[in-house]
Ligand binder design. Sequence first.
Ligand SMILES: *Cc1c(COP(=O)(O)O)cnc(C)c1O
Length: 441
Amino acid sequence: MTSTRPDPTLQTLLNNHSNLSYEGSKGLVMDGTSLTDIAKQHGTPSWVISAETLRRRALALQDAFKTQNLPVHCHFAVKAQDHQACLAVLAHCGFGADVVSGGELQRALAAGMKARDIVFSGIGKTDEELELAISQQIGQINVESVEELHRLDAIARKMQRRARIAFRVNPDIDAQTHSKITTGRAEDKFGIAHDAIPALYRKTQTEMTGVELVGLAVHLGSQMVTEAPFRKGYERIASLVRTLRADGLHVSDIDCGGGLGIAYRNEQAPPPTMLASVIAETLGDLDVRLHVEPGRWLAAPAGVLLARVIDVKDAARRFVIIDAGMNELVRPAMYDSWHGILPLHTPEDLTAEEVVDVVGPICESSDIFARQRHLPPLKKGDMVALLDAGAYGTVMSSTYNSRPLAAQIMIDGDQQAVIRKRQTLDELLAQEAVPDWLPRT
Ligand SMILES: *Cc1c(COP(=O)(O)O)cnc(C)c1O
């Protein structure tokens, strides 16, 4: 993920983000809304998510498959951005959900997604979560191991139900992404080994009465920006399908997973038309129902994190200290990820630059958003936007350092609404109880 190519200029960042532009005194504008106005009204740090961008990307993804004449069922990966308002936007675009916990399952239902459009993935589904999925009669449960298969079969039989399932295949392929977000290698914890599938598939389809096995699922990793692993993974799935069918077994559904990456920095991220054509070429002639589970590609560019400069500290380096930290956006600390940063005020000169480290206020040396970044001069009180924060942002937030959860605002044309109120310290403390048997001072 580290790159030796130079960082994009501010102009390149703007060019790569068609939903962002500078408009004179309004400063940085996202889909028509001044982010300065939002920050002034709601304070910082605050998350802003654009329903318009979400919708635009959802349609672009669907169009990519339509162009290939591929009827594909799209399931948004809820773990990337789980706010019910975002799920409602995507449900309205015809998306279902890919969930990885009972909580996400209930969230997707609460947001108006239909149970039959929900796919349940995840390496550690509890008995209770499986019961919930079965009782709600969701579209598909992706089974991750032979142990889970037997557990699910027994639970479903006890409930006198039949659960629709697919096997998640571990194809043993390197997604060529950050090791913390690759999931399809043999040594990763996900899925059933490719070679074990045929025998298990036969046994399941011919002997088990609690499950209806409809096909295969694969998810190789996240932030994938090259075509090769997708192609290799889907070719493997296609050849497995042919093997299974030659053995007289039924395969009606293939879930292609998510993983399509975006250009955070200067990645040459391929568009969804690449994914659609690879799927068409590898799986298009199998006459199966196809599913995809994108998360990041849809949501990341729809969101920004707004922050205010607390201070500028001149030491061995110039540190721009902002009021958002790794407790809000943990990706840079966790994955060394790079997020574009733009001032909210219109810079006098887009090319006038200082080289600074942009850091958060958390007492951890990993609480750094940018090292040696070229930015227009920033001073105390200026505000900035961290870009591409719509996925794996809010969902990974914590209250580390007793920092209440930030506010979240949705914008949509000329409308806007607070979709999550800023947590108060009182609310945070109210969750705790101090036992009355402790000696008090
Ligand atoms: C995380 C995940 C996704 C979404 O991944 P993105 O990289 O956000 O597209 C899809 N399917 C499964 C099973 C996942 O775990």
